[in-house]
Design a protein around this ligand. Structure first.
Ligand SMILES: Nc1ncnc2c1ncn2[C@@H]1O[C@H](COP(=O)(O)OP(=O)(O)OP(=O)(O)O)[C@@H](O)[C@H]1O
Ligand SMILES: [Mg+2]
Length: 264
């Protein structure tokens, strides 16, 4: 269970650029569910994920994973509970380290370690088996530096690295957005298999409504830091979801116009 209570976040507080993103935002997510987050650009989706992962600090509010309050934990410690995959295929991996080193690093998440002691041979068999499951032949390229892999191969690796220690919560921030449609579909199917097998509670930001309807158990739409829709995929058609989504995007644009006039 992920429980967010009264979370507030304002950027540049007390300055002319003050930008309130969340004001007493609350949300509960049941264990072992996959929730898709939709919403217009700038509505606060990534900020919410960054507040959960600890890469951003909230102004107030609490975040609990199971019975553990992680609100005050530093990001490195939260990494024991939370895995994250970002949109940019280079972000979740160390490009100048090879595949084996990257996977080995994922096992040491949340621990201090010396680069020399990175590889623990006890993990090698498991690493090879995990790489085999994605069917891209990465298990035969253990010594290849990750910078030589394609975006899709890196995202697969990033996904495996984020889940190797079976996190309580997996955050996927548009993790297929930078990929071509075929690779995006491969990664999405792999993600779905993995989170079901390992029973990982997953929060997935996507602009792909089909992915949301097909893979999520619950769909949440955010707008201006608030939940404006919270439904199960069976309760809505793609056309209806698309209509609501476009209404919110238009609504956001309409809100932005007076601001721009004011600045000019
Ligand atoms: N680190 C930061 N410092 C200052 N402002 C930020 C920071 N991160 C996000 N913001 C601001 O918060 C707002 C929400 O941004 P956020 O990245 O959460 O949007 P989003 O919903 O993920 O959008 P997108 O769909 O484009 O990824 C934006 O106005 C953005 O400029
Ligand atoms: Mg974002």
């Amino acid at each position: 269970m992920l429980r967010i209570k009264n979370l507030s976040k304002t950027f540049y507080m007390g300055t002319p650029e003050e930008n309130q993103i969340f004001d007493n935002f609350s949300l509960e997510i049941e264990e072992n569910t996959c929730v898709a987050f939709l919403g217009p650009n700038g509505c606060g989706k990534s900020t919410l994920f960054n507040l959960i992962s600890g890469s951003l600090k909230s102004d107030s509010g609490t975040i609990e994973v199971g019975d553990k309050n992680i609100s005050k934990m530093p990001e490195q410690e939260r990494a024991l509970y939370i895995g994250k995959v970002n949109q940019n295929p280079s972000m979740g991996v160390a490009p100048s380290l090879n595949i084996l080193e990257n996977m080995s690093m994922a096992y040491k998440k949340g621990q201090k370690f010396k680069l020399k002691r990175l590889i623990d041979k006890n993990n090698n068999e498991e690493i090879i088996n995990r790489l085999k499951t994605i069917g891209l032949g990465l298990e035969n390229k253990l010594n290849t530096e990750v910078k030589f892999l394609s975006g899709g191969q890196r995202q697969c690796l990033s996904l495996l690295m984020a889940t190797v220690r079976t996190p309580k919560i997996l955050l996927l921030d548009e993790h297929t957005a930078a990929l071509d449609p075929k690779t995006s579909s491969v990664i999405m199917n792999k993600t779905s298999d993995l989170i079901k097998e390992e029973k990982i509670t997953t929060l997935m930001i996507t602009h792909n409504l089909r992915h949301a309807l097909e893979f999520a158990d619950r769909i949440i739409m955010l707008n201006h830091g608030e939940i404006v829709l919270d439904i199960k995929p069976g309760e809505i058609t793609e056309e209806e979801l698309n209509k609501i989504y476009y209404e919110k995007i238009e609504d956001t644009k309409a809100m932005e116009v007076p601001k721009l006039i004011k600045i000019a």
